[in-house]
Design a protein around this ligand. Structure first.
Ligand code: NI
Length: 253
């Protein structure tokens, strides 16, 4: 039993076999998958998928890559979508200075506005941070005590992970923890207390070993749990159970 805290089941990559993908996740022992919105219409699609499957929940939000194209009525639509059944978070939202598909100033504005939307709605946030650690911490720190959430696909160091926890956040560990060169992330996975992290696939991206380079899917999150358990010298089951409880607590499942 465990929960994939971050998958993009709405993406085209799953259009042909979404049913089978979700069945395989159930067979692998998953009890939950959060499907993550990256645009307003993708968020809407995710809610539709969540309506079809017991184990699927949805988040609504606009990814930093996409905020440059945000339409006038986007926030109105997000507010309506966020109140739908099975919506458990606002995300993914954040900052991406690696690709910088949207200008930084636009990313800042919509990260702040969507964080405030989450505060207003009383929902946790799912945060994307790629090469924008300092700025991400500043935006979250400013709202400390009013906001909970997760830094998804965590790519900071141990010190940053501890700062996130101090602000009431958890971090989420994805497939790269299984890659040989991810030493910093392995350190985070080894050292952070069991109650402070989630696991995720970020499907269809970032497959763990031994499927690196292929399409990722929620069932593969078990491989990530296994690797974290190995690093900590504990049983994979215990990582699965702890991260399930952590996800249930954060998202109110
Ligand atoms: Ni994602």
């Amino acid at each position: 039993m465990t929960i994939d805290s971050h998958a993009h089941l709405g993406m085209d990559a799953f259009d042909a076999d979404r049913d089978e993908v979700i069945t395989r996740a159930e067979e692998a022992g998953l009890t939950g998958i959060i499907t993550i919105g990256v645009t307003v219409s993708d968020s809407e699609k995710g809610i539709g998928i969540a309506g079809l499957y017991d184990i699927v929940y949805a988040s609504v939000g606009v990814h930093p890559h996409e905020v440059k194209d945000l339409e006038q009525d986007a926030y109105e639509r997000l507010r309506i979508l966020a109140r739908q059944k099975k919506v458990v978070a606002v995300g993914e939202i954040g900052l991406d200075f690696y690709y910088e598909h949207s200008p930084r100033a636009v990313q800042f504005r919509h990260f702040a506005d969507q964080l405030d939307l989450a505060v207003e709605l009383g929902l946790p946030v799912i945060v994307h941070d790629r090469e924008a650690h300092r700025e991400t911490l500043e935006f979250l720190g400013y709202r400390k005590g009013r906001l909970r959430g997760v830094i998804h696909c965590f790519s900071g160091d141990l010190q940053m992970a501890k700062k996130c926890v101090d602000m009431g956040f958890v971090v989420s560990i994805a497939g790269p923890v299984t890659y040989k060169k991810s030493e910093e992330l392995q350190k985070v996975a080894r050292e952070m207390p069991l109650e402070t992290f989630l696991i995720e696939t970020d499907s269809p991206y970032l497959s763990p070993e031994p499927w690196r380079g292929k399409r990722n899917e929620p069932a593969y999150v078990i491989q990530t749990a296994r690797r974290i358990a190995e690093l900590r010298g504990i049983k994979a089951k215990d990582v699965e159970i702890a991260t399930e409880i952590n996800a249930r607590n954060l998202f109110g499942l």
